[in-house]
Design a protein around this ligand. Sequence first.
Ligand SMILES: Cc1ncc(C[n+]2csc(CCOP(=O)(O)OP(=O)(O)O)c2C)c(N)n1
Length: 590
Amino acid sequence: MTTATTSAAQRVVAPQTTTRIASYLLTDYLERLGVEVIFGLCGHTVIGFLDALGKSKIRFVSTRHEQIAAHAADGYARASGKVGVVLTHLGPGLTNAATGVANAALDSIPMVVICGDIPSYFYGRHPHQEINLHQDADQFQIFRPFCKRVYRIDNIEDMPRIVERAFHLAQSGRPGPVLVDVPMDFFSAELPVDAFNKTPPEIARQGIDPATAARIVDALAAAKRPVIYAGGGVLSARATLELAALAEALEVPVAHTLMGKGCLPDGHPLLMGQSGFWGLPLANEKCRTADVILAVGTRLAEANSSSWDPRFTFSIPPTRLIHIDIDPAELGRNYQTELGVVADAKLALAALADAAKERRRPERGRLREEIAAGRREFTSNWAGQRTSDQYPLRPERILNELRKAAPDDAFIVTDVGWNKNGVAQQFPITIPGTFVTPSGLATMGFGPAAALGVKLAEPKRVAIALVGDGGFSANPSVIATAMEADLPVIWVVMDNTAFGTIAGLEEMHYGWSFGCTFECKGKPYLVDYAAMARSFGADGVAVASAEQLGPALRDAIRSNRPTLIQVPMENAPTPTPGHWDINDIYRRGD
Ligand SMILES: Cc1ncc(C[n+]2csc(CCOP(=O)(O)OP(=O)(O)O)c2C)c(N)n1
């Protein structure tokens, strides 16, 4: 600072404002924020950033498709609890990434997407790959419906502030993706060396006040048929121990959503299982006939609520609903809600469990026996299939072999199809967070790519992607990335030569599966996925009988090499004890 009283000598020694190229300052800043990996794909707009990234401590995992980068960052975020970071080129890079980013958004995954854009001084003149049909340089708007915020940096001086805001917003409240769109000349611009001088605040999580906690505990304790309904928010808040403490203190049975699977270890005497269309009859029945439901960290979304039809999963009212969620928009949206609480699931459940411990545990008669019997009875429906030697294999046999071979703490990453629905319904998970699945957007292509990020976050643990042949072949270049980045992921491809789930649905309603099966010249189109894996330099195993699957899985786990196991499978539907409204829509003509 120069003032009238500053001496000439002082002026001479005053530090000069030094500057540095912005991309180097940006990578330094990302390092300071704890970013350890960025998933992405290059383009002429981002090589200025890549140059700095390559010289930093941050790892760059280069994928062959931006959707893979976004899913891998998503998987990394789920397994590590940190923000997933994605780097994309403009235009096609950004549109390719959109599916992965939208999938993360609908599953509330913290993510920051850094995207290169056209040079700022060419806005609107249609330089190479600019999207400007409605507004100059408005490609960033493509992400608007599924990002918490989209930033285009219009002044280089704003870069530090915007990047700080992006990391703050991605993680705070209900987590989600934020876009930072950077005109490529800004990566090369100069900024003062201390420009990135502010980091995101540490955020105190929102708890629940004692009076509200007492009111909820009173309601559960006094209820005749209470249910705790756990969503993915319980897992992302790492609140499973608090959930167990509350359920046990008040002897309340627990049902869960797809994302809530793993909220209590399988075999816990109060765990009923998933509700809804692909749920368990026991869970649907207890939810439907409950007098009080405490829902925590859930959207009460369609599939798990049997399209909100009161005959199947939830009948609210007369059931009284108490709902705790971090996002006020979720409260009261689908059901009449007696009490909504905006709070962090971990703090809220801990407070409830503490308040509950002071009460006498209510007498619930034969509840635990009923739960055990209900689960046993449902499982007995496919007891034969679990050990069936048939070839192509029964999907239940595949799950059985997988559960026996995979360590308890292995990550099971699914895609969509039988894999997701079957695992959610029939596969025991004992360690919270080991089931990773796409719920809200439920896109094909998630599983094979998300497993890469999961493995990177937890390199010592096994990561197995369980996927259909449709979902896998959407983007087989995940194998190249696994090889290049040395990520020994296992892909189990459940090969029914079809988009099987949809083929089955069409067959059920229309008597054929036109447009849903893989055919070539009128015959099933068989693809050698195992050979495809070998061509990438990975291991590839084609299972030729049911008994080969277990050893193939164990070998793959032992080898610690990227391995694809191709398992021919019957296209059998997943049981659907609940309801999905779409089934009433289809009409058949002649
Ligand atoms: C990108 C995308 N397109 C379409 C769908 C609709 N869809 C849901 S399940 C499914 C079939 C998946 O086939 P596959 O991966 O082979 O698994 P399977 O159903 O045979 O178990 C499709 C097409 C989707 N979820 N995502």
